[in-house]
Design a protein around this ligand. Structure first.
Ligand SMILES: [Zn+2]
Length: 226
């Protein structure tokens, strides 16, 4: 299992925010609508941007420790989330540590022998750059039929599970390809409607991308400030 990262210009899943044309068109539409309603009359600013999860001071969620494996994961995540190197660990359903390893700043790689006994376990690891999952993270989750996949960074925690079972790699690949444009559109809409500052577009499109993949494959994906 490798938890690898692709180019630094895009997020770990390789998705780029490219919906500039959509963004401009939507922003103008929103502006005209607001002007007609009189809400922004007299203001030069088109859209006031909301406080987002990327901003300092956004309220932290209370971590879910409802099972032994999640409880163990949260404890480890508290230790590794600010590290400059990735550490990954597998926990059995009863919370027992199966294997733990530290790798490079952008990956931690397990050998086949180290992965023995990790099927059906919970895997957590840290992303020093606070990014969401990579494509390889999900492929690895499918291969190991993980109970849950988690990635924690300095301020964010990401979780993915498959209550109805993980998809085939073929189905995942199809959903991966088909989710890029919807993720860009969703991000552009958030910016144009004032829900998100444009500076966070690159990060948000990656999150929206996994939201879309999860929707298409009936996976459970969530993110929290922590
Ligand atoms: Zn990862």
């Amino acid at each position: 299992m490798t938890m690898a990262r692709r180019g630094s210009c895009a997020c770990r899943s390789g998705i780029r925010y490219i919906a500039v044309d959509v963004l401009v068109g939507s922003a103008r539409t929103v502006n005209r609508r607001r002007l007609r309603s009189g809400r922004t009359r007299g203001h030069r600013s088109m859209v006031s941007v909301a406080f987002s999860i990327y901003d300092i001071g956004y309220p932290r969620g209370i971590p879910d420790r409802s099972s032994p494996s999640r409880d163990a994961a949260v404890s480890l995540e508290d230790q590794i989330r600010a590290d400059s190197l990735e550490t990954g660990a597998f926990f059995a359903r009863n919370g027992r540590l199966v294997v733990r390893k530290t790798g490079a700043p952008d990956r931690v790689t397990f050998t086949a022998s180290e992965l023995a006994g990790t099927d059906g376990t919970l895997f957590t690891h840290n992303h020093p750059d606070d990014e969401t999952f990579s494509q390889q993270d999900i492929v690895s989750a499918i291969e190991s039929q993980l109970l849950e996949l988690r990635a924690v960074g300095p301020t964010l925690r990401h979780m993915m599970s498959a209550p109805g079972g993980w998809p085939s790699k073929t189905a995942f690949s199809r959903a991966f390809q088909n989710s890029v444009n919807p993720a860009n559109s969703a991000t552009a809409q958030m910016i144009s409607s004032g829900q998100l500052d444009r500076q966070y577009a690159r990060r948000e499109v990656c999150h929206q991308f996994w939201c879309e993949v999860a929707r298409r494959l009936s996976l459970r994906y969530s993110r929290e400030k922590s």
